[in-house]
Design a protein around this ligand. Structure first.
Ligand code: NIG
Ligand code: FE
Length: 414
């Protein structure tokens, strides 16, 4: 028997559980639904008509009337670079005039210009700059986010970024899990000495990150001109020795074999994959690695999208994330990401919604806790003002989310 409910959400036009066994179709839709929670966890979902019969509520339990709005799991954004100082709107303009992302990076712009600004900022300043961005994420329905370091590139500056992530997670409603991305770029002082920088990441940064328990994951930008597959393997294997799960940038601009490496090291996710070989993705599937696709990046950079349908044919699990960052994807809205996935990568609306919920949770190794509205999981619930769930991606560029609950608590409302 469950604990008596302390929260009841009534009158949900469609409740999208993302659990096929709990409702209709692959999204487990309950038409005319209701939900009950206790101590921040879902204890019951079902047709509203059965609620009074099946759920015992505690005296003084909170009741929310959804007013016919749809209910769905909070979004899980499994790939963000939320913490950074400064901005790079000038590069955006340069690209519109024909400059490439890697060309700009080679000219000292790109990641390194954000590194300069981030090194100059203190921890409090990084938190202050990230706060309004995080509030925007939350208002658009993101209740859990992965947040990377990678704009510090010294031990002290990487730790500073991760401490900023920790501070945000402790003080803000969005649940944050940090990804140590010290191998995001080779800093200027190591130019031409990439292996020596990898030594620093492996011998100094990773132990410090692990000792201070500042990250759950380890990332590396495995890319032509940045870190090779062999260097990425070193970073990821060292991370594993410190208990950090691999979640990394793979085959974004050039086919290097990042997908194959992800399978080899049994990463939680391989991300981007614009240029991944479907054979590599098939190996990911066999190794249980989630493919995290970031259509906002292709959109923002004006590049061809990842061949998502070819990936799906391998049976791999596809997550969708924002890649929110100042250079290649300055967009926090996962509803818009769903639209891009449907229109440009030909995901079905169901696949797109699973991508930002349950599959996002898999990409973070958190599928037992979040990503669907199954009894026992956290009560991370969105109410959205649309006639039916398909409008989430169909009516695009608008924020449909009106209320956000994190662990049963109302944390955003408009
Ligand atoms: O995911 N690829 C590397 N990292 C980011 C870009 C970060 C930046 O440009 O600041 C990405 O695209
Ligand atoms: Fe990224």
């Amino acid at each position: 028997m469950n604990a008596p409910a302390d929260l009841v959400v009534m009158n949900i036009g469609e409740l999208i559980t993302c659990e096929p066994s709990l409702g209709e179709g692959s999204l487990g839709v309950i038409t005319g639904g209701a939900l009950a929670a206790a101590e921040g966890r879902v204890v019951w979902v079902g047709p509203a008509a059965r609620l009074r019969r099946e759920v015992v509520t505690r005296a003084g339990a909170r009741e929310i009337d959804a007013g016919g709005r749809i209910g769905l799991p909070g979004f899980v954004d499994s790939h963000t670079h939320l913490i950074f100082a400064g901005s790079r709107e000038h590069e955006y303009a340069l690209r519109a005039r024909g400059a490439g992302y890697q060309e700009i990076a080679a000219g000292g712009g790109g990641i390194l210009s954000t590194v300069k600004a981030t090194r100059a900022a203190g921890m409090d300043e990084l938190v202050a700059q990230a706060l309004p961005r995080l509030a925007t994420l939350l208002a658009h329905g993101t209740t859990t986010a992965e947040v990377k370091s990678g704009y510090g590139l010294t031990t002290a500056d990487e730790l500073k970024m991760l401490e900023a992530a920790r501070r945000l997670g402790e003080t803000q409603p969005v649940e944050i899990h940090a990804n140590f991305c010290g191998a995001h770029e080779v800093p200027p002082e190591y130019q031409g000495r990439t292996d020596a920088y990898v030594d620093l990441v492996v011998d100094e940064m990773l132990p410090a990150v692990a000792e201070n328990k500042l990250a759950r994951y380890v990332d590396v930008f495995c890319e032509d001109g940045v870190f090779s597959v062999a260097q990425a393997r070193r970073v990821l294997e060292a991370g594993a020795r410190h208990g950090l799960r691999a979640k990394f940038h793979a085959d974004e601009f050039v086919t290097l074999g990042g997908a194959e490496l992800a399978a080899e090291v049994r990463a939680l996710s391989a991300d981007h994959l614009l240029k991944a070989r479907p054979e590599g993705v098939a190996r990911m599937k066999a190794a249980g690695v989630t493919a995290a696709l970031l259509p906002g990046t292709a959109f923002f950079l004006g590049l061809p999208y990842a061949p998502a349908r070819a990936f799906l044919e391998t049976g791999v699990r596809v997550a969708l994330a924002s890649d929110f960052n100042p250079g290649s994807s300055m967009g926090p809205n996962l509803q818009l990401v769903m639209t891009m996935a449907v229109s440009q990568m030909k995901l079905s609306p169901e696949e797109a919604l699973l991508g930002v919920t349950l599959h996002g949770a898999h990409a973070m190794g958190l599928e037992a806790e979040i990503g669907s509205l199954r009894p026992g999981k956290q009560c991370d619930l969105l109410l959205a003002d649309v006639p039916n769930w398909r409008w989430l991606s169909y009516y695009y560029g608008v924020n449909h989310v009106t209320r956000v609950l994190k662990r049963g608590r109302l944390v955003s409302e408009r």
